[in-house]
Design a protein around this ligand. Structure first.
Ligand SMILES: Cc1cc2nc3c(=O)[nH]c(=O)nc-3n(C[C@H](O)[C@H](O)[C@H](O)COP(=O)(O)O)c2cc1C
Length: 354
């Protein structure tokens, strides 16, 4: 998740449970052009394993070069390609979740990544399509399989839906039926481990991808590992356990970014960690306004560790909920699905989201 899954957050999640923790979305073009910010975002932790990175791009040649750099210079061990971004400034150039509509171009982009990656597995993340009248997941899943992707993941919403409503898990089942030789991973609305088990049994998918459910809840990965081993585990820690993780998270961010940026980055996580807990606005504000690690930890220590999460707050959605909103694509975009011409640099703009 852009703006969230940096190396310290991935490391924190990994400390809670088994899983593959993918980087924030990185621009393939930024990588090829050597932009400093792109390389900063792409940095792995010193002991990170496996080194997993998500790329965004629309041009086969650019994607191939970016993957080669990632594998050769940054020792990436897994590359995920994001074709799920619903943001208007990307889709209006035909990028993001719009790209799979141009199925030949989509296939060329994935094939270029797979070839450049050599032995390193390349996976593909999709949405259902642009809107209900322009779905792409089945074609795109089959094409990705044919050109050598190692797995496909589906965020079971259209770009038009953005993050609104319920994910349409039936589309994951459809994709599972269409793709036969590589794993299909389901994504959308996994808030608790039991949601993952339910998604797998309802859709037949081979695994799950978690986004918003881990915001302020990195222990979800421990719950998932337990649930996959057949133990039931939906943890609702008391506030004492939550603030211990918050302090750990803040320390990791400060070690990674330096204290000023680290504490600033931590601000966005405060509301997620405290979601549902009866903690008043003044205490929340003090945390968000803390200007260094010591002050942040001091505010945490003032909280009552015995506070519990009310049962009605367990498993509630968190993070983005916005949408639906109309999707914009270039003029005549719908006409020729088999036009392989790259879309131009404007479509390579990396905006956050999936
Ligand atoms: C803040 C935020 C940033 C995101 N950034 C990305 C991204 O960079 N790449 C991506 O594939 N998906 C991104 N997503 C989408 C999630 O990975 C996921 O597909 C989506 O939220 C639905 O799954 P969920 O219900 O588990 O959250 C982002 C979501 C959020 C909320």
């Amino acid at each position: 998740m852009a703006g969230v899954t940096n190396a310290p957050f991935r490391d924190l999640c990994r400390s809670h449970g088994a899983g593959l923790y993918v980087s924030e979305m990185i621009s393939a073009r930024g990588m090829v052009e050597g932009h400093e910010k792109t390389f900063r975002l792409a940095r792995f932790g010193p002991t990170e394993s496996p080194r997993s990175i998500q790329l965004y791009g629309t041009d086969p040649a650019v994607m191939g070069s970016a993957v080669r750099r990632l594998v050769n210079e940054l020792d990436a061990e897994h590359v995920d390609l994001n074709f799920g971004c619903p943001v208007r400034k990307v889709t209006r150039h035909g990028g993001g979740a719009a790209l799979p509509w141009r199925r030949r171009l989509f296939g060329d982009v994935v094939a270029a990544a797979v070839q450049a990656a050599g032995e390193v597995p390349v996976t593909v993340k999709l949405r259902i399509g642009l809107d209900d009248d322009h779905t792409t997941h089945l074609d795109a899943g089959v094409i990705a399989e044919q050109v050598g992707a190692a797995a496909v993941a589906l965020h079971a919403r259209t770009a038009e839906q953005a993050y609104s409503g319920r994910a349409q898990w039936s589309a994951i089942a459809e994709l599972k039926s269409a793709v036969s030789t590589i794993p299909v991973l389901g994504n959308g609305d996994i808030w608790l481990a039991r949601d993952a088990i339910r998604m797998m049994s309802e859709t037949g998918c081979d695994g799950v991808v978690v986004g918003r459910g881990c915001l302020g809840r990195p222990w979800l990965f421990a719950d998932l590992a337990a649930a996959f081993e057949g133990r039931s585990a939906d943890t609702a820690p008391n506030l004492g356990a939550v603030v211990t993780v918050m302090a750990d998270h803040a320390r990791r961010l400060c070690d990674w970014h330096g204290e000023v940026t680290g504490i600033r980055d931590m601000r966005k996580h405060v509301g997620w960690y405290l979601q549902g807990y009866p903690v008043g606005p003044a205490a929340r504000r003090r945390l968000v306004e803390a200007h260094d690690l010591e002050a942040f930890v001091a505010c945490l220590s003032e909280m009552d560790p015995s506070i519990t999460l009310p049962p009605e707050a367990v498993g509630l959605p968190r993070g983005h909920q916005h949408g639906p909103r109309p999707v914009t694509v270039p003029r005549d975009f719908w006409v020729d699905r088999d036009d392989p011409t790259p879309l131009g640099a404007a479509a390579d703009l990396a905006a956050s989201g999936g």
